[in-house]
Structures are given as structure tokens and as C-alpha cells.
Design a protein around this ligand. Structure first.
Ligand SMILES: Cc1cc2nc3c(=O)[nH]c(=O)nc-3n(C[C@H](O)[C@H](O)[C@H](O)COP(=O)(O)OP(=O)(O)OC[C@H]3O[C@@H](n4cnc5c(N)ncnc54)[C@H](O)[C@@H]3O)c2cc1C
Length: 259
């Protein structure tokens, strides 16, 4: 990561997370690493179940994040972070003067393409139909950017990233013809999937994301949400950390007043 405050040199996300964990443990945090399989959020005592335990608590802070939607191509997972990316703010700076492909047709794909065009020498914006859902103003800006070439009516069929130069293989949705496109990297912006399956029917969700107020309280008393899992504008570590601090403060006040 190159955009988290306080780190003039890039820091690995895993290292930052580990350092945060070490620091939090100094304040007495206990961490249990278990996959949550079900939750019961209503009522005074909440229950959080894993295959090993059922944890009971007066308050719960949900921070299960979201997962970028994948194309599902062979090799996509293998090259994630090394040629395949789901975050322009995070990985754009690694492509100065390079050629990149962007897949998508919504606001994210168009906004992120404009951001990536600051770094890349050339950007191909690939979409299966050309019926873009991005706002017209974004579409106008992208069309006015000389580095960006729109490639509607194409889908990515496979990655040839073991080859040099790297290529992606495209298939025309009109003619069915295949072609190879030389790129240094590919960015995929086809939506995100919030990790909220566990909470469906228990909390108010909007587009799958948890709805919360300015103190990050959800629709259920005693339950807060922080980070990417919430309905919000900017999903970054800096904003997730801020959400967590606000939510923890609100939870502390709530518990103090209920004693
Ligand atoms: C490839 C990539 C690169 C990025 N680079 C940057 C960057 O450079 N700078 C930046 O600011 N942001 C970056 N981001 C965005 C950043 O990662 C997120 O905004 C941030 O991690 C959100 O934090 P979070 O705590 O809400 O969620 P996450 O970091 O996603 O954490 C959610 C956690 O919940 C756990 N979890 C989920 N479900 C369960 C369950 N059922 N039981 C138990 N645990 C569960 C997950 O395992 C995970 O550990 C990047 C994102 C991606 C995908």
C-alpha cells in the first residue's frame, strides 16, 4: 500500500494488519481466529457462532469487509496482485508508462480508468456490450481522454501472463472472433460482493451492504458496522480505520450508559 498515512515507503497490507494487531494486543485485545458460521443479533445478548464456539456479547461490531467480484478466469487468482488488480488507487502507481486493460462499464470502471490514465501510457477499456451504466459525464470524460481506447463488444476469455510480453485473449461478442491484446496488467471493476450473507434478514441492508448511521450503529440495537461492509463512498484502509475508531467510541459510550 502506498496511500496509507504515515508510511512514506510502500507497506504490505499484511504487514500493516500484523502491526495493527500487535499494537491492539498491547491494549489487551484478545483475538480468536475462527470463521463465523451464524449470528443471532436481535435481543440483549447477541450470539456469534463458529464451528467451535458460540460467543455471547452485549454488543457486536461487524467488519467482515467486501470481496471484489471476479471474472472467474483460469489464472486470475494466481496473478492477483501481480498483473491482475481490483483496486486502481492501490495498484495504479505500479503501472507508470505501462499498458493496462480495464474490464467493466459502470461508474467504478470509468472513474478508475480516468485515475489509471494518470499513470498508464495506454488503457483499453473492455466491455461486453458497450451499453455502459457509468454516468454520462464520466463517459464524456473517458471519451475525451486520448490515452483511453474503448473496446466495446469484447469479453476477456483468458490470460496469457506466463508469456512475454503479457497478453489477454479477447473474444468479440459480435463476430465471435478472438484476438490477443498486449498489456502489462489488467484491472477488473465489475462490482464487489459485500460479506453480509450471515446478516441477511437480521439487519437493514442496501444493495447488500449494511446500512449504518454516522456513529456506525446499524438498524439493530447493540450492533455496529465498520469498514467495507457498510454502505459508504470510499472503501480504503484509512476510512475503515476511522469507522472502527468511531464505532468503538460509540460502543464504549453505549456500554457505560447501560451499566
Ligand atoms: C487488491 C486490493 C488492494 C487494495 N489496496 C489498498 C491500498 O493500497 N490502500 C487502501 O487504503 N486500500 C486498499 N484496498 C482496500 C482495503 O483493502 C479495504 O478498504 C480495507 O481492507 C477494508 O477493511 P475492512 O476491515 O473493512 O475489511 P477487510 O480488510 O476485507 O477485512 C475483513 C475481514 O473479515 C474477515 N471475515 C469475513 N467474513 C468472515 C466470517 N464469516 N468469519 C470470520 N471472519 C470473517 C475476513 O477474513 C477479513 O479478515 C485494497 C483492496 C484490494 C481488494
Amino acid at each position: 500500500m502506498e496511500n496509507y498515512p504515515g508510511f512514506p515507503e510502500p507497506v504490505l497490507g499484511q504487514k500493516l494488519a500484523k502491526d495493527m494487531e500487535t499494537q491492539a494486543k498491547l491494549f489487551g485485545l484478545e483475538i480468536v481466529q475462527e470463521d463465523v458460521t451464524s449470528v443471532k443479533l436481535k435481543g440483549e445478548i447477541k450470539e456469534i457462532s463458529t464451528i467451535y464456539n458460540t460467543w455471547k456479547a452485549k454488543t457486536v461490531l461487524i467488519a467482515t469487509g467486501s470481496s471484489p467480484r471476479k471474472l472467474g478466469l483460469p489464472g486470475e487468482a494466481e496473478y492477483a496482485g501481480n498483473g491482475v488488480s481490483y483496486c486502481a488507487t492501490c495498484d495504479g502507481p505500479f503501472y507508470p508508462d505501462k499498458v493496462v486493460a480495464v474490464v467493466g462499464g459502470g461508474n467504478s470502471a470509468f472513474e478508475e480508468s480516468l485515475f489509471l490514465a494518470k499513470y498508464a501510457r495506454k488503457l483499453y477499456l473492455i466491455h461486453r456490450s458497450g451499453n455502459y451504466s457509468a454516468d454520462p459525464i464520466l463517459q464524456d470524460r473517458v471519451k475525451a481522454e486520448p490515452k483511453i481506447e474503448l473496446m466495446p463488444h469484447n469479453v476477456v476469455e483468458s490470460l496469457a501472463f506466463a508469456e512475454s510480453p503479457r497478453k489477454i485473449m479477447l473474444k468479440s461478442t459480435v463476430s465471435g472472433e478472438t484476438s490477443a491484446l498486449e498489456v502489462d496488467g489488467m484491472f477488473i471493476f465489475i462490482g464487489a460482493i459485500p460479506n453480509t450473507g450471515l446478516f441477511e434478514g437480521q439487519l437493514e441492508l442496501a444493495g447488500g451492504y449494511i446500512v449504518s448511521d454516522r456513529e456506525h450503529a446499524t438498524s439493530v440495537e447493540g450492533v455496529w458496522a465498520a469498514g467495507d461492509v457498510q454502505e459508504k463512498v470510499l472503501r480504503q484502509v484509512a476510512t475503515a480505520v476511522g469507522d472502527g475508531a468511531n464505532a468503538a467510541h460509540a460502543i464504549h459510550s453505549y456500554l457505560m450508559h447501560r451499566r
